[in-house]
Each structure stands twice: as C-alpha cells, then as structure tokens.
Design a protein around this ligand. Structure first.
Ligand SMILES: Nc1ncnc2c1ncn2[C@@H]1O[C@H](COP(=O)(O)OP(=O)(O)OP(=O)(O)O)[C@@H](O)[C@H]1O
Ligand SMILES: [Mg+2]
Length: 234
C-alpha cells in the first residue's frame, strides 16, 4: 500500500487558468500541482470561488488551461481533439453534479443508459447494463419513473448510476450532497465510499460540508487557485 510506488492516475503540472470577463482577467487557477493516485478518495474543500470546479473542468478537458499540463493515465488531455476529449470524458470519467441534467423525455432507466446509447452501443445492451447498475445501487424500483418527478436524494442516486454506466476509472462529484437532507446525503457518501473501497474507483469529491472532510482517504484544501494543504504532503 505504499503510495509513493504507485503511478498517479491524474497528473496536474504547474496549471494556470484564467477567465476574461469584460476588461477583467480572473485568475481561477494559479500554478497548481497535483498527483492523484488510483486508490485515492479525495475530498477537496475551500472557499467559494477558489477554483475547485475550474480545476475539475480543466481535468475533464471542458476548459483549456492557459498553461501547464494535465495527464490522465498517460494521456495528455491537450493533445486530444475536441471529439476525442468528449469521448475520453464519457469513458473514463463519471460526473455527479449538484443539479443533475436529465433528458426529460426519458425515464430513469433510459437516462442511465443514455451515455452508452450516445456512444453507439446497442439499445438492448445499454438498457440491460442500466438495469443492473440500478439494481446494484438498490434503486431499481425507480426505473420507470421520470427523473424530474423524484426527490433530490433519489435523483442524486440515479445520477450516480448514470455516472457509473461506462465503467469509469474516476468519479468526480462536485457538491453532490449540496441540496440533500442529511439522510440522503449520507446514502450518497456511503455509496461513494463503497465505490472507492470495493470497486477500486478513484473518487474526487468537492464539498463545503465539513462533516464530510474526513470521509475520504485524502483531504485537499484550496485557496486563491492553489492547493494550500494536502494530506499526502503533510
Ligand atoms: N466560465 C467562467 N467565466 C468567467 N469566470 C469564471 C468562469 N468559471 C469560473 N469563473 C471564475 O473563476 C473563479 C473560480 O471559480 P470556480 O467555479 O472554480 O470556484 P469554486 O471553488 O468551484 O466555487 P464554489 O465553491 O462557489 O463552487 C471564480 O472567481 C469564478 O467567478
Ligand atoms: Mg464550484
């Protein structure tokens, strides 16, 4: 279990990312280095606006950095075309947001299957896989309902199912429990823990809730676009 001997699954090197807003330049990430290891369950926290979501978006290839480099399992994200980035994102990352984005005309089962269908897999296979994942999360009873009719906690679990459908290496969750009551939030946290420990998925969780700071394997504090504390480096 020596972490130092493991190859990082994600490497972020000297990353800078700014946004132009009118005349102003907002420096969201200001020289950030980070190595994430396959077995990590990282909890990222820090004040609003310190660059947490921006960091996730750059790792996902949704935002291009000003300078610096992101490598995911040996692949330099900057070397991919936009199409390749989309496909890489869909296959390697499972995303869970505070406000899930649903295809409103589809029921739960179809929404969970959607990423596979978009990737060109057969409908029957995609639906079977979706059904198996809903079952493993013990929410198969929601299959026929429409996501927008579900409670926040139920939607969050369905979103997690959808994030898992492509068998991703890495699950990123940006404030997934922000809108949930404490019991539903606890369920979601337990699911993430289980995915990390039993399914060996790398988890990156952003949260403001200090109840969850110690629930991962590694805490990272961000401030002003930089990492100010990291359990891995004391
Ligand atoms: N698309 C964008 N255009 C312009 N500015 C942006 C954009 N995205 C982020 N920013 C700015 O970059 C900075 C970092 O934003 P970011 O969303 O990463 O913060 P955060 O740490 O996720 O905050 P929160 O905890 O509130 O979600 C903020 O000043 C924000 O206003
Ligand atoms: Mg954010």
């Amino acid at each position: 279990m020596e972490k130092a001997k493991q190859e990082p699954i994600i490497k972020v090197k000297n990353l800078f990312k700014s946004f132009k807003v009118g005349e102003n330049k907002i420096e969201a990430i200001r020289g950030l280095d980070l190595e994430i290891f396959p077995e990590d369950f990282i909890v990222i926290f820090g004040p609003s606006g310190c660059g947490k979501s921006t960091l996730l978006n750059v790792i996902l290839g949704l935002e291009n950095p000003d300078s610096g480099e992101v490598t995911v399992r040996g692949t330099k994200i900057a070397n991919l075309t936009e199409d390749e980035k989309g496909s890489f994102r869909a296959r390697k990352f499972g995303m869970v947001y505070q406000m899930p984005n649903w295809i409103k005309s589809m029921n739960v089962l179809e929404n969970v299957a959607a990423p596979l269908i978009i990737e060109g897999l057969k409908m029957k296979f995609a639906l079977e896989k979706a059904s198996a994942i809903l079952k493993s999360l013990e929410i198969e009873c929601l299959s026929g309902q429409f996501p927008t009719q579900l409670s926040g906690g139920q939607q969050q679990k369905v979103e997690l199912a959808r994030a898992l459908i492509a068998n991703p290496w890495i699950i990123m969750a940006d404030e997934p429990t922000g809108n949930l009551d404490s019991e539903s939030a606890e369920d979601v946290m337990n699911l993430l823990k289980k995915l990390n420990e039993q399914e060996k998925r790398t988890i990156i969780l952003v949260t403001h809730n200090d109840d969850y700071f110690n629930r991962g394997t590694r805490r990272i504090e961000m401030r002003d676009g930089k990492i100010t504390k990291d359990d891995n480096h004391g």
